[in-house]
Write a protein that binds this ligand. Structure first.
Ligand SMILES: [Zn+2]
Ligand SMILES: [Zn+2]
Length: 162
């Protein structure tokens, strides 16, 4: 959180502006290390606590300036006016003295919880299907029927076989 504030203050010096310090949340899950979000007038930087805990130095060195640069890009150029990792964002990263070459990371996620979507086993006349919980519920409630694209049969819950 301190380093996030420090980068915002650095941007203030570099661009002679007074970008305000925005909230930081450690509530990001999944494979992303960080995220900058602007919704209406609320701006927030979110970090993944698991990835930060496991690769702290890396994330302080790269993810923090990366997300602050998204915030500054949005303040300077507006929402959706420039590409997320385009020239303008890269220039801010350069001003921070951080390489903009790496826009995503490849961390070993061992020990880090990642969301696994539950799937349900179904089958048709020709093969097995894994359906999302959303579709599973729709079929259970009789709201929808899904047909196999290959054989055209309706897919039904697969019976467990032992
Ligand atoms: Zn990014
Ligand atoms: Zn089929």
């Amino acid at each position: 959180m301190d380093v996030t504030t420090q980068y915002i203050q650095r941007a203030n010096k570099i661009y002679r502006r007074s970008f305000e310090v925005i909230p930081v949340c450690f509530d990001l899950k999944g494979r992303a290390a960080g995220m900058y979000r602007v919704k209406k007038r609320e701006r927030v930087i979110r970090y993944n606590p698991y990835i930060f805990a496991k690769y702290f130095d890396d994330n302080v060195a790269e993810t923090v300036p990366h997300e602050v640069a998204h915030y500054i890009t949005e303040k300077l150029y507006g929402v959706g006016r420039v590409r997320p990792h385009g020239f303008e964002w890269g220039e801010i990263m350069g001003a921070f003295g951080v390489s903009s070459k790496r826009v995503s990371h490849r961390y070993d996620m061992k020990g880090i919880p990642v969301r696994v979507h539950q799937r349900f086993a179904y089958r048709c006349g020709c093969t097995a299907h894994n359906v999302t919980s959303r579709r599973h519920k729709q079929m259970q409630n009789g709201i929808a029927t899904f047909l196999c694209r290959r054989c055209g049969e309706a897919i039904t819950p697969a019976l467990a076989t032992f």
